[in-house]
Design a binder for this molecule. Structure first.
Ligand SMILES: NC(=O)c1ccc[n+]([C@@H]2O[C@H](COP(=O)([O-])OP(=O)(O)OC[C@H]3O[C@@H](n4cnc5c(N)ncnc54)[C@H](O)[C@@H]3O)[C@@H](O)[C@H]2O)c1
Ligand SMILES: O=C(O)[C@H](O)COP(=O)(O)O
Length: 597
């Protein structure tokens, strides 16, 4: 009874929209024990609540907007515990299916390890996911989603607020007047109009800051190695190199994520390249600045002023030289803290978490391939097909050498740019690994798990003439350097090969080795190689009937009359070993294999 819910990104082929089903263990029985006022019954109620409740549990570890909480409550048990320390979080997490945090909670590897596999989604109610150990999440098959759009404007407005407040010494003057002084000449500011602002990181927040700064009459340049030049041009901003940006700017505003590449990218060396008297705003992440170097630059006057919303360590120490510096204006990570933004991120993250708990692939997933909804929907039947082909191919392996090299061939009339196969590859991987291991594979950890097992999956495309309306014509999965339990499954070139297509929205197996078949890939299959002769269908069918195995279809393909034939039998139940033995003993039967799809 350890885990109450098991999660599978199992694909249901029936819906037009792609849906990965979160399958909980058997539906729960309602037990009427509340009237029994004895201790045993009470304990049982606690036990039942914790272990038998079919609703998932969402732990909200930092304050979340009301609208988001309401949305979560329609689907899950919501535990709002806002001030947990790390140990308390690690203890609680094994009872939670989802966790929602802002930037103040470190979701470390230990959190994933101690969840015991139950934690399926981490929702970040904001943009930055530097406080979530993404590798650990991925390794544990845990989806991480964020709320990437709802706080953009709030952060941009805060950047502009800091820029103007810094230029006019608002915070310092306010503190001065409140301490009884009236220092008009001390707080003479600088004007913004006509000055050059370098926006470092021209993403969502950076471009909104740029737009607003242009409205203030500033000359705006930007540096972002990954931003499209036409987006910058549309706002009237020149994209320039890092060196040009920092050496020509009067003001620098930081808007890149904290990554290993951006960590401390503003350091002694970069400060030394800046114009003397430059002013810096940071509403991105504290870690992009070497804070000790910034103090030195402020002391030397290289940097005249800084306005900071974010710090390497949050909250910063009370005696932080940077925070206490007279030329520094600070706010306690307030960029996203407007009423509107908090309601927005709460809804955005709650929708993503509920969607993920329902088994849907979130559009805001951070550690899984993100595909637009329309692409997901058109690929849906191929996703099912992919998993089943992987599952089928691996069950044909005779064992011994292990599966190390798999080639997937996609045949399509679409060019490579028009067909995103990451999802299909992940599902083939799921199909290949799950039947032969205890590892649970989902879209999040498929590539990682394949790599970890030394499984190399290569992809190849066959470009067809014809209408690109249908995303794919067929998918082939080939496993090299193995032997097969079913010799027909070996292709002429010595690999196990299976091929499938989607027909009427349903996955069909169309080739086993070089042998053409055409069977719907539902339920389970028996493949039987035999000498083609009269009465075989009847003989096999009656054994299955006697063993109470329901046959959903039977089809026979043959090379030539009275030569070799392959019978494909769809069955609703798994035949017993005895039943398979009896079929194998029919004199004309040469090989038989049972495959679970
Ligand atoms: N202070 C706050 O409360 C607050 C609020 C929102 C966002 N943020 C932070 O602001 C940052 C930007 O958020 P966003 O929503 O605009 O993200 P975004 O992903 O839309 O934009 C980030 C941009 O940085 C660029 N970038 C990456 N590496 C770079 C590099 N080495 N040099 C220059 N640019 C680089 C990316 O190409 C991207 O365009 C994030 O760190 C986010 O966490 C802070
Ligand atoms: O990355 C973000 O979205 C911001 O830094 C906001 O962080 P917060 O949710 O802790 O306010």
């Amino acid at each position: 009874m350890a885990a109450t819910s098991s999660w599978n990104f199992m694909v249901t082929p029936t819906k037009p929209s792609l849906s990965w089903k979160l399958s909980f263990l058997s539906p729960l029985t309602t037990v009427n024990v509340t009237r029994r006022q004895n201790r045993t019954a009470k304990r049982f109620v606690v036990f039942a609540t914790v272990f038998l409740d079919p609703k998932p549990t969402v732990l909200v570890a930092e304050k979340l907007g009301e609208a988001g909480l309401e949305l979560l409550k329609t689907f899950a048990n919501v535990d709002c515990s806002y001030n947990l320390d790390h140990e308390e979080l690690c203890t609680k997490i094994s009872l939670c299916d989802a966790l929602i945090v802002r930037s103040g909670t470190k979701v470390t590897r230990e959190v994933f390890e101690r969840s015991g596999g139950r934690l399926k989604v981490v929702g970040r109610a904001g943009v930055g996911i530097d406080n979530v150990d993404l590798s650990a999440a991925t390794e544990h098959g845990c989806l991480v989603v964020n709320a990437p759009t709802a706080n953009t404007i709030a952060a941009a407005e805060h950047g502009i607020a800091l820029l103007t407040a810094m230029a006019r010494n608002i915070a310092q003057a306010d503190a001065s007047i409140k301490s009884g002084k009236w220092q008009r000449s001390k707080y003479v500011g600088v004007s913004l109009v006509g000055k050059t602002l370098a926006v470092m990181g021209f993403g969502k927040v950076g471009s909104e800051v740029a737009r607003r700064a242009k409205g203030l009459g500033m000359h705006v340049i930007a540096h972002d190695p990954y931003a499209p030049a036409d987006r910058a041009r549309a706002i009237g901003v020149d994209l320039v190199s890092f060196e040009e940006a920092i050496s020509t700017a009067d003001f620098i505003s930081l808007h890149m994520p904290l990554t290993p590449a951006t960590s401390k990218m503003f350091n002694d060396e970069s400060f030394s390249q800046m114009k003397k008297g430059v002013r810096i705003v940071n509403v991105a992440r504290g870690g992009v600045i070497d804070e000790e170097a910034l103090v030195r630059a402020l002391d030397s006057g290289t940097v005249a002023q800084a306005a900071l919303d974010v710090f390497t360590e949050e909250p910063p120490s009370k005696d932080s030289k940077l925070v206490l510096h007279e030329n520094v204006t600070v706010t306690p990570h307030l960029g996203a803290s407007t009423t509107e933004a908090q309601e927005g991120v709460a809804i955005e993250v709650a929708e993503a978490v509920v969607g993920a708990l329902k088994g849907q692939l979130a559009a805001t997933a951070v550690n899984a391939p993100m595909l637009p909804a329309e692409i997901l929907s058109e690929l849906a039947p191929f996703v099912t097909l992919s998993e089943k082909l992987g599952r089928l191919a691996v069950q044909l392996v005779a064992g011994g050498r292990g599966v190390q090299s798999v080639k997937v061939t996609y045949s399509s009339a679409r060019g490579p740019d028009d067909l995103d196969t990451r999802l299909l590859r992940a599902m083939i991987t799921k199909g290949l690994i799950e039947p032969i291991s205890s590892v649970f594979i989902n879209i999040v950890n498929a590539d990682f798990s394949a790599k970890q097992r030394g499984l190399r999956i290569t992809e190849e495309r066959i470009l067809l003439d014809g209408s690109p309306e249908n995303p794919l014509e067929f998918i082939q999965v080939q496993i090299a350097n193995v032997e097969s339990k079913f010799s027909i499954a070996m292709s002429d070139s010595g690999e196990i090969k299976v091929e499938g297509r989607v027909k009427d929205g349903k996955p069909h197996l169309t080739k086993v080795g070089s042998f053409g078949v055409d069977v719907s890939m539902e339920g389970s299959l028996i493949l039987c190689r035999q000498v083609d002769q009269p009465g075989m269908v009847g003989s096999v069918g009656s054994i299955l009937g006697e063993e109470n195995v329901n046959v959903s279809f039977m089809s026979v393909g043959r090379i030539a009359p009275r030569k070799q034939a392959v019978m494909t039998i769809g069955v609703d139940e798994e035949p017993s070993k005895e039943a398979l033995k009896r079929i194998r003993e029919i004199p004309a039967v040469e090989e038989i294999v049972f495959l679970k799809l």
